[in-house]
Structure formats: structure tokens, C-alpha cells
Design a protein around this ligand. Structure first.
Ligand SMILES: Nc1ncnc2c1ncn2[C@@H]1O[C@H](COP(=O)(O)OP(=O)(O)OP(=O)(O)O)[C@@H](O)[C@H]1O
Ligand SMILES: [Mg+2]
Length: 477
């Protein structure tokens, strides 16, 4: 809490009144700026952005109500009180409706003035204290660029902190868009010396025939087309970290080679008998259920056990909805910093809509939806109308299913599609198994998956995903 004086601006065409206010409030922890000319007074307010404003109601040219309106626009948090010699209940109600905090009748005793202004100052101090608390909480809720105040995320942060200095291999699991790559980078940064490389390999994006040479390098002439010797990702990352993204998509042959590398901590370039000692830590990530893949013989069991010695599970956003307001603020801040246009906040109603949606595409989907809302917004504050309501409502909580009081009850077909997509994801994209599990034909499944305007499939929401192959040495320590 700050003990700086609260700035109070008072405008009254009667200079004696200004003197009276200044004398009465001396020693109350306020710095008082008085002005008898209403237009100049308004300028004073715009320049100093006072926390408290005292306005005479009847003044020539610009009256108190007009100033009130302008102050509420420019300094919405300011506590404004009106003072008048012609008190009436109607005008008091009118002023309160327009955002005034108090409406005082002249003449006013020094005691009463001190009491009523004291209440306004107290409200200001309280808000200052709350915003300091809020700031402190926000500081605790950000960890290596990851935001989360939920217990689940706080637990993840502390596991990352504890694992980072010690791990050789970690598996990061979690649905698409939950922040697996951010977690991998945090593990790298916290556990390595500055300026060692963080090398990313997206296993799903490299053709099967090239993956070994991408990972381990090759010598000149190792295969047709190998005109030059090439250093692989592991060698490049010496001293640092290799991030194997989408490890579930790695072909079985490459999995066998990777296992040997993890066991022996050495590599051979393709076509070379020489071994190279490795000092590299490995973070692998996947949105697939590797256990199911092991059962289906799509993933090597021995590699699975090697990788799961240390496992970090990033929780889906729907299980930590209390993080949504903070994430939204973070996205807002980033959007404002880009300077495209000023967006100052979000209405409570809009926040409720965001909280009700299950976010199958997780934080990435929230980022896309909300950034889009900022771009499209007509006002400075994001409201429900700026959100893609159809998308957010159609897939929203299957709990509302069957509730006819709902303005837009969920259609059965949409619910079926939502369910099918979840099962498909759980079964690692295996459509045959999914159809079997759901007890429907494959063609019915295909028509379900392709139908509708639902964009719930995380793949469709994939903006800014790592490129084919992306080397990234990370000096930001
Ligand atoms: N806790 C978080 N705080 C702030 N931003 C986050 C958080 N989690 C994710 N993001 C943002 O969401 C987007 C997706 O994150 P990331 O790429 O790490 O997810 P992922 O789990 O690797 O997804 P995929 O499985 O699709 O590769 C990124 O833009 C990232 O910055
Ligand atoms: Mg990723």
C-alpha cells in the first residue's frame, strides 16, 4: 500500500468555497488543487488524473453534471462528489446514476465534509491496496513466460523448477496447445548455462527417410543426395537441450536408434562408423497417449519406459479455468504492446462466456479467439458481441445438453461430433478404433468428423506451430 497523498481537484466558481475545502481537508492526506474556472478545472483534471474530484453543480458555461460526464469518461476510477445549494432527491439520483460517488448539500459543516470526503479517500486507498495485492499475485502467477495461478499450474512450475537442474530425459505430455513447448523451454533455461543451444525437432514434420540424418547427421555420400556432410540436431545441441516435439509421430526405426542414443549417450552420423560422445539433455513432447500406442505396437515399449522416467503432464485449460482471466490479461497486454489499437479490458459478461467454453484447443485456441476479438472489436472493451459466439456456444459445455431453457440448446449431432473428436484424440488419431469404440460405421465417423461448422479440432486452430525444422539457440538467460 502506498502512502502518497491522494490528489483531489475541486472546481467551484466561488473562491471562498475553495478556501473552505482546502482548510477543512488540510491534514487528511490529500493534495488539493482548486480552480474557479470550470474549463480550466477540467484541464486540470485531465492533466493530473486525480483520485477524488469535488464539483460545484451550478457554474457558468460548464456545469457540474457536464464535467462529471467528462471526468467519468477520462478518469473512470475517480471518485466524484457534487456540491450544490439546490439539493433535490431527483438530481442526486441522477448524479449517482451518472457515476457520482456522493452528492452534498451546501452549506456543509467542516465535520460532515471531512467525513464524506474521508469515505471517498478510504475507497481510493482500498483500491490501491487491492491492485498491489493483485500485482503481487500476478507476479507469482508467471513462471518463465508461463502463466497460471491454478493449483495445477503452480504444481507444474514447482516440478519444472525441481527437475530442471537434474534431468537427462523428460517426457512432457498434454493436449494440443496446453503449453508443452513452453514447459520444455523452461526446463532448458532453468537447467542450463547461458547461451547453450536449444534445438527443436518436430518429428511429425520430417519425412521418414530423412529423420535419422536430421537427428544424427550424415557423412558425405552416405546416401543418394548426401552431397555434403551434415551435422545432426544432437551434435548441434552439444552442451544444451534437444526438444523432440511430437515424439509419438517418430517412425519405429528411428525410435530404435533414439533409444540406443539415450542409453549410450553417443551418436554415429549416418554412414560413419565413428562414435561421438554426447552431452545433451532431451525433452520429448507429445499430445498422444503413448501407452495406448505401445499397446497398439505403434510406439516402442522400451523407449516409452526410458522416456517416462520423468514425466510432466501439462493440464488441459478446462481443468484450470481460474487461469483464463490471467491469460486473457496477458494476451491483452501483448496485443496492446503491438500498438495496433488500444484495448483496455474485457467485460464481466464476456469473461463468463470464455469461462463456460471447454477450450478443446487449450491456450492456443484462447489466444487465437481472443486476439481475433481484439482485432475485430469496435470498442476499447471486449464484450460478448466481439467473441465468436456461435463457436463458443455450440461446443460449450455438454452439461447444458438437453436443457431447453438454454437460448441455444446443444444439437445432438454437435454433441456426437464433440464426443467423437475426444475419443479420436484419446485413441491417438486411430479412426478405425474410434468407430469401433463408438459403435458406429467408419463412414458415419467420417461424416461426423467432416460435418458442421465446429472448429473444435485442435489442428484447425494451429497458428504459429513450429516450422518443419527449427534450430533455435536460446541466449535469453
Ligand atoms: N501457461 C501459458 N501462459 C502463457 N501462454 C501460454 C501458456 N501455455 C501456452 N501458451 C501459449 O499457447 C500457445 C501454445 O503453446 P505451446 O506451443 O507450448 O503448446 P503445445 O502444448 O506445444 O501445443 P502442440 O501440442 O499443439 O504443439 C503458445 O503461443 C504459447 O505461448
Ligand atoms: Mg508444441
Amino acid at each position: 500500500m502506498t502512502d502518497d497523498p491522494v490528489i483531489l481537484v475541486t472546481i467551484d466558481d466561488d473562491p471562498q468555497m475553495i478556501d473552505f475545502i482546502t482548510d477543512t481537508l488540510a491534514g487528511e492526506g490529500v493534495e488539493i488543487l482548486g480552480e474557479t474556472d470550470p474549463s480550466k478545472g477540467l484541464e486540470l483534471i485531465l492533466r493530473h488524473r486525480p483520485a477524488v474530484v469535488l464539483l460545484d453543480l451550478m457554474m457558468p458555461h460548464l456545469n457540474g453534471m457536464e464535467i462529471l460526464e467528462k471526468v467519468k469518461e477520462a478518469v473512470p476510477d475517480a471518485e466524484v462528489a457534487l456540491l450544490t445549494g439546490n439539493y433535490s432527491t431527483e438530481s442526486a439520483v441522477e448524479a449517482i446514476k451518472m457515476g457520482a460517488s456522493d452528492y452534498l448539500e451546501k452549506p456543509i459543516s467542516p465535520q460532515k465534509l471531512r467525513k464524506r470526503i474521508g469515505q471517498m479517500i478510504e475507497a481510493v486507498r482500498q483500491r490501491q491496496q487491492e491492485s498491489t495485492l493483485e500485482e503481487n499475485l500476478a507476479k507469482l502467477s508467471i513462471f518463465e513466460g508461463m502463466i497460471g495461478r491454478s493449483q495445477a499450474m503452480q504444481g507444474l512450475f514447482s516440478r519444472i523448477r525441481r527437475l530442471a537442474p537434474h534431468f537427462q530425459t523428460v517426457l512432457v505430455t498434454g493436449e494440443s496447445g496446453t503449453g508443452k513447448e513452453l514447459a520444455a523451454r523452461a526446463l532448458h533455461r532453468l537447467g542450463s548455462k547461458a547461451s547453450v543451444p536449444f534445438a527443436v525437432c518436430n518429428c511429425s514434420a520430417i519425412p521418414e527417410s530423412l529423420i535419422e540424418s536430421q537427428l544424427f547427421g550424415h557423412v558425405k555420400g552416405a546416401f543418394t543426395g548426401a552431397a555434403q556432410a551434415q551435422v545432426g540436431i544432437f551434435e548441434y545441441a552439444q552442451g544444451g537441450t534437444v526438444f523432440l516435439d511430437e515424439i509419438g509421430d517418430m517412425p519405429l526405426a528411428a525410435q530404435a536408434k533414439l533409444l540406443r542414443v539415450l542409453q549410450n549417450r553417443e551418436i554415429q552420423r549416418v554412414g560413419s562408423p565413428a562414435t561421438i560422445k554426447l552431452n545433451v539433455r532431451v525433452v520429448a513432447a507429445t499430445h498422444r497417449d503413448l501407452r495406448t500406442m505401445v499397446a497398439a505396437k505403434q510406439f516402442r515399449e522400451d523407449l516409452y519406459y526410458r522416456l517416462t522416467v520423468a514425466e510432466l503432464a501439462v493440464p488441459p485449460l478446462r481443468e484450470r479455468k481460474e487461469d483464463i482471466p490471467l491469460l486473457v490479461r496477458h494476451i491483452l497486454r501483448r496485443f496492446s504492446q503491438e500498438g495496433t489499437k488500444p484495448i483496455s479490458g474485457i467485460t464481466r459478461r464476456a469473461e463468463e462466456v470464455l469461462a463456460a467454453y471447454p477450450w478443446p484447443g487449450n491456450v492456443r485456441e484462447l489466444e487465437n479467439v481472443f486476439t481475433h476479438a481484439c482485432i475485430e472489436a469496435t470498442n476499447e472493451t471486449i464484450d460478448v458481441r466481439d467473441l465468436p459466439s456461435q463457436r463458443l456456444q455450440t461446443v460449450a459445455q455438454p452439461t447444458s445438453f438437453g436443457d431447453t431453457r438454454d437460448p441455444q440448446p446443444l444439437k445432438l449431432e454437435d454433441l456426437a461430433r464433440w464426443h467423437a473428436r475426444r475419443i479420436l484424440e484419446r485413441l491417438a488419431g486411430n479412426k478405425v478404433k474410434t468407430a469401433e469404440t463408438l459403435g458406429i460405421s467408419r463412414s458415419r465417423l467420417y461424416s461426423l468428423l467432416s460435418g458442421g461448422d465446429l472448429e473444435a479440432e485442435p489442428d484447425n486452430l494451429d497458428v504459429g506451430k513450429s516450422a518443419f525444422l527449427d534450430f533455435d539457440s536460446d541466449p535469453s538467460h
